[in-house]
Design a protein around this ligand. Structure first.
Ligand code: DX5
Ligand code: ZN
Length: 214
């Protein structure tokens, strides 16, 4: 399991120490949650913070944009050091164009689906995607409860990917801990995002190691 700890739950007063912890850990990526107060009812952080993370990070940055008009920020996301640029399907009228722009900018293109958006909406674009992120909470806040039906979406998406003969990865984000990771791992997820479970744990590095075992 590729673990992508979300710095949304990190201590921003000592972000460098939390990044160092992720660097030392078995995490695969570092998940950066950008919220604009329009697409989601919350505001998190933007490019200056991502740049600061990129300067310290020794793992690729997985940037999850919970914003309207993400197509307007492709070069800025690239310039601040993202490896994966992840946009919401619900925020993109011209999703195919946005995905191509992300790839043309030299990044890996990922698309996120909200809990109520069916995986079938991506059938015609799947082979173009490095990764699909299935939200297992409604985006906007850390620390919410995992929505149980997500594992079924993972299974349906896994079958679609096999059918397409694609190597698109499946990531799950929201309410992931050592209980819920098992459910999405069994359903065929390749990666999980974990925020509060990691950063509230007494030993975040060990917690990441436990998640990565799945
Ligand atoms: C929610 C964000 C998540 C969040 C996950 O809108 O996309 O990445 O940080 O937090 P937990 O793991 O606490 O649910
Ligand atoms: Zn996220």
């Amino acid at each position: 399991m590729i673990v992508s700890p979300s710095i949304l739950s990190a201590d921003f007063g000592r972000l460098d120490q939390d990044i160092e912890m992720i660097n030392r850990s078995e995490a695969g990526w570092i998940h950066c949650d950008v919220m604009d107060g329009v697409f989601v009812p919350n505001i998190s952080f933007g490019f200056p913070v991502i740049e600061a993370v990129a300067r310290k990070a020794r793992k690729p940055l997985d940037v999850h944009l919970m914003i309207v008009n993400p197509q307007n920020y492709v070069s800025q996301v690239r310039d601040c050091g993202a490896e994966i640029m992840n946009v919401h399907q619900e925020a993109c009228v011209h999703l195919h164009r946005t995905v191509q722009a992300i790839k043309d900018a030299g990044m890996k293109a990922a698309v996120t689906l909200n809990p109520a958006t069916p995986v079938e909406t991506l059938v015609d674009i799947l082979p173009d995607l490095y990764m699909v992120l299935l939200m297992s909470v409604n985006p906007g806040f850390g620390g919410q409860k995992y929505i149980v039906r997500t594992a079924d979406k993972v299974r349906r998406l896994r079958a679609m990917i096999a059918e397409a003969g694609s190597d698109t990865l499946i990531q799950v984000d929201g309410g992931i801990n050592l209980d819920t990771v098992r459910l999405v791992a069994e359903a065929g997820a390749d990666s999980v995002v974990a925020g509060s479970a990691v950063f509230k744990s007494t030993d975040p590095e060990a917690y990441i190691r436990e998640l990565a075992r799945y």
